[in-house]
Design a protein around this ligand. Structure first.
Ligand code: FAD
Ligand code: DHB
Length: 392
């Protein structure tokens, strides 16, 4: 088998890249380790920056997003038992965020791909790369019990943090920067209307909590927990009780409902530089991870895919490698802005286990400043809606 671009991974990065390339007339084959059902139901992020939503619409994946996505123009920060609104749109030149689950983005992109007839192979096992330092890289994989080889001009490693592409790059080439956090998030999806019109990021003496949503009838909520927390220790009643304690403010009710899904997510910051080697280009979580506070992971993955798609199409159209060579530099500016923002939001809102009272006083001072100063609130707003990334 031969194609122009071999794409490993059908997450947001791989699917957006495949879609833009197809629209631009560049052939690709997408290889995904899991089943369609698995990737379409893996619950993860839910906040699209305005530029991400605009990009999805531009590439033809905006129809249901436009219909079902919920535009928010502000978020709330809660601390010391009070809520303070950050007026995102007012502070960030009119931009807002769109609430639309990653599951839905992935479903829309998979449907577009399958409708077009372009190749997307699910359950592609034992994917391995060869010859990334040559002009003819090869992806070997097993599909339907048959070992196959896909010869490509370029390989896009869109296979997430635990994928095979990044480890295929020889040792000593990549510079890694990382940070582990001493906490994780326990997330639930609940069959109950959201109890607030906007997201609430809550600092509390018992740890961080976040109120979010997926639709007018589905709530998404998170609790700070231990990094490897055993979900078995968290029956639904305990989760709701803890959410009530951390999110509760006088005169407001957190409505409870059946828990449809629950899980624990670890938190880390991680970046490799550069994001390419030879004919292999990494995009999304394969190259960088942010802690979820700030909702940047999905947006970064899609932004990388857009930059890479433009570089690849320009290379085919003009023969110039300039944009491909500059791919990493362009992406890493946005990535590091998001790394800083996510680290900052995480540090400001989570309780450090073993609690240092000095740290907590600093957090509260920072939260008061961010909500009281227009300049500080603007910094948060620009980063949150994604404008700061474009300017970084
Ligand atoms: P992925 O979505 O990870 O896609 C990679 C794809 O590659 C997967 O489909 C995978 O099955 C496939 N793959 C892996 N290995 C191979 C292989 N060897 N061969 C073929 N295919 C392979 N971000 C937020 O902003 N907010 C959140 O609340 C949030 N929650 C998260 C919860 C979890 C559990 C995780 C893991 C991430 C979360 N994120 C969140 C981050 C966000 O979801 C990611 O940044 C986003 O999914 C990145 O997209 P991607 O396409 O780069 O990678
Ligand atoms: C959601 C996830 C986030 O990481 C975040 O900062 C806000 C919302 C969500 O899943 O809805």
């Amino acid at each position: 088998m031969r194609t122009q671009v071999g794409i490993v991974g059908a997450g947001p990065a791989g699917l957006v890249l495949a879609q833009i390339l197809r629209v631009q007339g560049v052939e690709s084959v997408v290889l995904e380790a899991h089943s369609r059902d698995y990737v379409e139901h893996r619950i993860r992020a839910g906040v699209l920056e305005q530029p991400t939503a605009d990009l999805l619409a531009e590439v033809g994946a905006g129809e249901r997003l436009h219909r079902e996505g919920i535009v928010h123009r502000g978020v709330e920060l809660q601390f010391a038992g009070e809520r303070h609104r950050i007026a995102l749109s007012e502070l960030a030149g009119g931009a807002g965020i769109v609430i639309y689950g990653q599951t839905e983005v992935v479903k829309d992109l998979i449907q577009l791909r399958l409708d077009s007839g372009a190749p997307l192979l699910f359950e592609a096992e034992d994917v391995g790369l060869r010859g990334i330092e040559t002009d003819r890289p090869v992806i070997a994989f097993t599909h339907d019990g048959r070992r196959q080889e896909l010869e490509c001009d370029l390989v896009a490693g869109c296979d997430g943090f635990h994928g095979v592409c990044r480890p295929s790059i020889p040792g000593g080439v990549l510079r890694e920067s990382s940070r582990e956090y001493p906490f994780g998030w326990l997330g639930i999806l609940a069959d109950v209307a959201p109890s607030n019109d906007e997201l609430v990021y809550a600092h509390s003496e018992r740890g961080f909590a976040l109120l979010s949503l997926r639709s007018p009838t589905l709530s998404r909520l998170y609790l700070q927990c231990a990094p490897g927390e055993d979900i078995g220790l968290w029956p639904d009643e305990r989760i709701w009780e803890e959410l009530q304690r951390r999110l509760g403010v006088p005169g407001w009710t957190l409505h409870e409902g059946p828990v449809l899904e629950k899980g624990v997510t670890g938190m880390r910051s991680f970046v490799v530089e550069p994001m390419h080697h030879g004919r292999l280009f990494l995009a999304g979580d394969a190259a960088h991870i942010v802690p979820p506070t700030g909702a940047k992971g999905l947006n970064l993955a899609i932004a990388d895919a857009a930059v890479l798609a433009e570089a690849i199409t320009t290379w085919y159209e003009t023969g110039s490698r300039a944009l491909l060579d500059g791919y990493s530099t362009v992406c890493l500016r946005r990535v590091w802005r998001a790394e800083h923002f996510s680290w900052w939001m995480t540090s400001m809102l989570h309780l450090t286990p073993g609690g240092d009272p000095f740290d907590e006083r600093l957090q509260l001072s920072q939260l008061r400043y961010v909500t009281a100063s227009r300049a500080a609130a603007t910094t948060l707003a620009e980063n949150y809606v994604g404008l700061a990334g474009a300017r970084a």
